[in-house]
Ligand binder design. Structure first.
Ligand code: ZN
Length: 331
């Protein structure tokens, strides 16, 4: 993509960011202080990249009708490289790889910076959220799946292959809880590998495992609560509230798997902070995060545990970070 537009010389100090998710597309207008001043939402279309690009253009026209802002930052799930979208997880109708930047630039008539959504959320947390003031932080987003991003020396690290921070696909073998009376099948990750963190944790993995267990005759309130529909965060919270044994066991295993993965990462990287954000994590709330922190503390045998915090920004994090990226001169 070209860089004909000089940075910092726009006619406005406002910036635009977009978060393309599996269910919704969120666009935000951000001021020079990093405050979201307006937002616009659309449901994610399932007919592929062009319709999504058209929706992004429509949302930006709502937020910036005079076309005063010449660039936009866009975050989306999957493996994103300079060449485009290599793998679009959780997006239907995408036959990857997709050369998405030219498509978006044309639809929005703006210079487009495209990056992974969790990386953009990490940028936002570092600049104005929970990780503000830290040098080194690991960011984990627990939603449909488990995403991750790494900030070291106050810089987002994407790594040689764009994998840095991808904690969801690190191996967590043999998470078996001693008290479990329900026998569960070996967890398999969305990527096909067995016993990755994302094989246990995230709404998709939890639902997959729950349906496998119920298919083998394990009774659970999840069955009535969800029916044939997707098991939303609310379904899980309701099942956990009633003390449902299967829901409790699956979340206990997933929580333990997360604590193991965090402990390995903290031992390797010695980050001062781990931010556990994402839609599902935020619904599980502070009590659940405290459990993760307590397990992590117990597992750290050679040094003090890392601090674990929730998102300081919430829903807007990825879109806000994408907007902030367009304000920051890259180096
Ligand atoms: Zn995996």
């Amino acid at each position: 993509m070209g860089s004909r537009l000089p940075r910092g010389r726009g006619i406005t100090s406002l910036s635009l960011g977009v978060d393309i998710g599996g269910t919704k597309v969120l666009a935000v207008l951000v001021d020079a202080e990093g405050v979201v001043t307006d937002r616009a939402l659309a449901k994610t279309q399932r007919s592929g990249p062009q319709s999504v690009a058209d929706d992004v253009a429509r949302l930006l026209a709502k937020l910036d009708p005079q076309h005063q802002i010449s660039s936009v930052g866009v975050g989306m799930p999957g493996v994103i490289s300079a060449a485009g979208v290599q793998l679009a997880v959780n997006l239907q109708g995408w036959d990857t790889p997709v050369d998405f930047v030219p498509l978006l630039s044309k639809a929005t008539a703006r210079k487009v910076t495209l990056a992974n959504d969790v990386s953009m959320a990490a940028v936002a947390e570092h600049r104005v959220g929970s990780a503000r003031g830290t040098q080194d932080a690991l960011h984990i987003a627990v939603g449909t799946g488990v995403g991750g991003a790494l900030v070291l020396d106050s810089k987002l690290r994407t790594g040689e292959r764009g994998l840095a921070g991808e904690i969801g696909h690190t191996a967590v073998p043999n998470v078996r809880l001693p008290h479990a009376s329900i026998r569960l099948p070996r967890p398999v990750c969305a990527c096909g590998a067995a016993e990755h963190l994302e094989a246990y944790l995230g709404r998709a993995a939890l639902e997959r495992r729950a349906r496998q267990a119920m298919g083998r005759g394990v009774a659970s309130a999840l069955s009535d609560l969800a029916g044939d529909s997707r098991m939303t965060s609310s379904v899980w919270l309701d099942a956990l509230d009633t003390g449902d044994a299967l829901a409790t066991l699956l979340l206990d295993e997933a929580t333990q798997a997360l604590a193991v993965a965090i402990t390995s990462a903290v031992t390797l990287l010695d980050v001062e902070l781990v931010v556990v954000g994402g839609g599902f994590a935020s619904r599980l709330g502070g009590a659940w995060r405290n459990r993760v922190a307590a397990m992590h503390a117990e597992m750290m045998s050679i040094a003090n545990p890392s601090k674990i915090k929730g998102s300081g920004i919430g829903d807007n994090a990825a879109a806000l970070g994408a907007a902030l990226q367009t304000q920051t001169p890259s180096n």
